[in-house]
Design a protein around this ligand. Structure first.
Ligand code: ATP
Ligand code: MG
Length: 393
């Protein structure tokens, strides 16, 4: 009897025609996140199995972070059907329960009995051998699943919930505008969940923004890398652009123009990296630059679609999610971001597009953008659990 992990893919099973493309990607993603462990992944008769010689709990902890899995089970493979009764009773010794139900599936149609008869036989055997238990078909303490397959029998019990969604990379690439705040990592997580592989872009303004602010973004990127396989973080030095805006443009339009510049740069990086969308953490009404009129005035400078997964979320719900994905504690560290430093007292709530275009003529922004992109830094962040000294050891 061999212990394996049995993977079940919920929403993926609706992808009839190209299911194999999704499954191959899922398998690749699993192999990637388990690359330092001893595993073998087999896709066989509509099921995916992970065989491992490593600590199975370690494997389970990693599988929990992989998108495209609805749920998974620890399953036992029994090669000889004659051994089923002995093994079932042995497995049940480790379980505590007062009520149970057997659920049988029969993909091996050569077996003469129906699924109901198979469940009834096994139920009778269990009742005969274990005292003080009874059958409850509606709400059992223990559900015993038995699948009679062509070459073997699978037995498994309670399911472990997976993250759902699609395997990352099955729906192309996107560029996430990643600040050190609470919202953008959550927006990134939700986008990866839909199968979009992310690269990230961060605008820094040294010396107005600190080394710690950048490290914070790197930590957030590392947390997202766990779901994204790895992540490329594009760091743009935004200082000159920001100072030019600050010196030359009426202050109520500072944020609007600054964000138009961020969008322009993001669109170019997205184009260069083959990303089909920009993703950010904007949420309707959150701040002056996120009113509908502001969004229009900012969005009009790019053609590429901009996805805002949090557009309709309440801040408290965003915070809940940030806690779940373990980015919250990092996001609330106090280091200032470039937006927060240059915030005017009275930012415009309903910016006028024509005024934006007029004001932008006051700065040589095309040249500044060209320079910022030319000199930008790319940091490759892997999904491995590294300690901070591992590069030195
Ligand atoms: P967050 O929204 O992530 O909590 P924030 O509140 O500082 O951070 P906002 O001013 O709400 O940022 O900006 C809206 C969105 O614009 C962010 O969610 C993020 O996607 C993007 N953004 C803001 N500042 C930066 C930056 N310095 N680098 C990259 N993207 C940024
Ligand atoms: Mg925000």
């Amino acid at each position: 009897m061999e212990k394996v992990i049995l993977i079940k893919y919920g929403e993926l099973s609706t992808k009839k025609d190209n299911i194999n493309f999704f499954l191959t990607k899922l398998k690749d993603n699993l192999l990637n996140i388990l690359k330092d462990l001893d595993v073998n992944i087999v896709y066989d008769l509509g099921r995916m199995f992970i065989y491992t010689n490593s600590d199975i709990n370690k494997v389970i902890d990693r599988v929990k972070n992989v998108f495209g899995i609805h749920e998974f089970n620890i399953a036992y493979i029994i090669d000889n059907k004659e051994d089923l009764n002995t093994y079932i009773l042995e497995l049940l010794k480790e379980k505590e329960f007062k009520t149970f139900k057997v659920e049988s599936k029969r993909s091996n149609k050569k077996i003469p009995k129906t699924s109901i008869e198979l469940s009834r036989d096994l139920g009778a055997l269990i009742l005969k051998n274990i005292p003080n238990i009874k059958v409850d078909v509606h709400n059992p303490d223990l559900l015993i699943n038995v699948e009679y397959r062509l070459n073997n029998i699978l037995v498994y019990f309670e399911a472990i919930k997976g993250l759902g969604g699609y395997p990352v990379g099955t729906l192309g690439k996107g560029l996430l505008m990643l600040s050190g705040g609470i919202d953008s990592p959550v927006a990134g997580f939700l986008t990866i969940k839909r199968g979009v592989k992310l690269e990230a872009i961060y605008f820094e303004s040294p010396p107005h923004t600190s080394r710690e602010a950048k490290d914070k973004v790197k930590t957030l990127a590392q947390k997202l890398a766990l779901y994204n396989n790895e992540i490329n973080l594009h760091v743009i030095n935004f200082t000159e652009i920001q100072e030019a805006i600050y010196k030359n443009i009426p202050h109520e339009y500072l944020i609007t123009i600054m964000r138009r510049m961020m969008y322009r740069i993001s669109a170019i990086i997205a184009h260069n990296r083959n990303c089909k969308v920009i993703v950010n953490g904007e949420s309707i009404g959150q701040v002056a630059s996120q009113t509908l009129t502001s969004m229009m005035a900012i969005n009009e400078v790019v053609k590429i679609p901009v996805i805002r997964p949090l557009a309709c979320f309440d801040k408290l719900d965003i915070i809940d999610l940030a806690k779940k994905i373990d980015t919250y504690e990092t996001s609330i560290l106090p280091y200032e971001d470039c937006c927060t430093i240059f915030v005017p007292k009275h930012p415009v709530i309903n910016p006028d597009k024509n005024k934006c275009a007029e004001y932008e003529k006051l700065i040589p922004y095309e040249e500044l953008i060209y320079q910022a992109i030319k000199n930008h830094e790319i940091i490759k962040i892997s999904n491995e659990d590294k300690n901070e000294y591992s590069d030195l050891l």
